[in-house]
Design a protein around this ligand. Structure first.
Ligand SMILES: [Mg+2]
Length: 261
C-alpha cells in the first residue's frame, strides 16, 4: 500500500511534465500525494473499517476534491453525482487503487473477487477489471512466494487468471511513450518496470523515467515492488511527512494487521 503511495508522491511532479532522466530527485517540495493515494487509502479504509468500496471512495474523494493533477474527467463526475453509477471505464484508476486487497485477504479467489468489486463500481469494462485483478493477483502471489520472479531481465508475458498481458520492452516504451491512462497500456508498462528493477527505488525510477502517466505508473509499479523488495525506511519517512493525519491513521491500521507470508 505504501509502495503505491510512494510511487504516486514521487511521480506527482512529472505527470504533466515528464522526465526521461533516471537520476531525478525522488522527493522535493513539489512532491505531493494525488488521486492515486486518496483512492488507495479509500480502498484500505473500506476493508479495514467495514465500509462499502463505493461509500469509502465517495467519502475520501469528496473530502479531497482538488488533488494535484485532478481526478480523471469521468471519475470526477462520478464523485459528485447524486446517484453514482459505473461508467464502463478501462482507465488505470482501477489498477492504481487495488493494492490493499492483495494484502488484506488471504486466498487468491477472495483477492480476485475483491479486486473485481473495487473496480466494477466505476471501471466495469473488462479491461478495467482485468487491470485491477492483474495487479492484485501479482502482489498476492509475490508476497506469498507463489511465483518465480526473475532476478533481472525481460519477461514477455505475465499469465493471469484473466488471460495474459504481453509485457513491452523497456527500450520500446522509452522510444515513443505518449501520455496514456488506460489499463491496457499502463499496467503492462508498470509490470515491465517492476520486473526490470533490482530494488524498490530502481523500480520507481524506471516507472517515472519512461514518461506517460507518471504518478499512476509509479503507484502501480510501487505497489508491486513493495511486495518483492519491501521499502527503504527513508522513503517511508518522506512519504508519511506528506500525508494528512487521517491518512496516516489508515496506513498505520493497515500495517498493524497485514499478514506476511
Ligand atoms: Mg494521480
Amino acid at each position: 500500500m505504501l509502495g503505491a503511495i510512494i510511487g504516486d508522491i514521487v511521480g506527482s511532479r512529472f505527470e504533466f511534465n515528464n522526465t526521461d532522466n533516471y537520476n531525478f530527485e525522488l522527493f522535493t517540495e513539489e512532491s505531493t500525494f494525488t488521486d492515486d493515494t486518496i483512492c488507495t487509502i479509500a480502498i484500505a479504509d473500506a476493508i479495514l473499517n467495514k465500509k462499502s468500496y463505493k461509500d469509502s471512495l465517495l467519502e475520501w474523494c469528496r473530502k479531497y476534491p482538488n488533488p494535484k493533477g485532478a481526478y480523471g474527467g469521468s471519475f470526477a463526475r462520478w464523485i459528485v453525482a447524486d446517484d453514482p453509477q459505473p461508467y464502463n471505464s478501462f482507465g488505470n484508476g482501477s489498477a492504481m487503487r487495488v493494492s490493499p486487497t492483495a494484502w488484506l485477504f488471504n486466498d487468491l479467489d477472495t483477492v480476485l473477487l475483491e479486486a473485481r468489486k473495487t473496480a466494477e463500481i466505476t471501471h466495469n469494462h473488462t479491461e478495467g477489471i482485468k487491470g485491477a485483478q492483474a495487479i492484485a493477483e501479482l502482489i498476492y502471489k509475490i508476497r506469498k512466494g507463489a511465483i518465480e520472479v526473475p532476478k533481472h531481465g525481460y519477461v514477455t508475458k505475465v499469465y493471469l487468471e484473466e488471460g495474459y498481458y504481453d509485457i513491452p520492452l523497456l527500450s520500446e516504451i522509452r522510444k515513443h511513450n505518449n501520455f496514456n491512462e488506460t489499463c491496457q497500456i499502463t499496467v503492462p508498462q508498470s509490470i515491465c518496470c517492476f520486473y526490470e528493477g533490482n530494488n524498490f527505488e530502481e523500480c520507481i525510477r524506471l516507472a517515472i523515467s519512461i514518461g506517460g502517466d507518471s504518478d499512476t505508473i509509479g503507484a502501480i509499479t510501487g505497489s508491486l515492488a513493495e511486495a518483492r523488495f519491501g521499502i527503504p525506511p527513508i522513503m517511508v519517512h518522506e512519504a508519511l511527512k506528506r500525508l494528512p493525519d487521517e491518512m496516516i491513521r489508515i496506513v498505520k491500521q493497515f500495517y498493524n494487521i497485514i499478514q506476511w507470508g
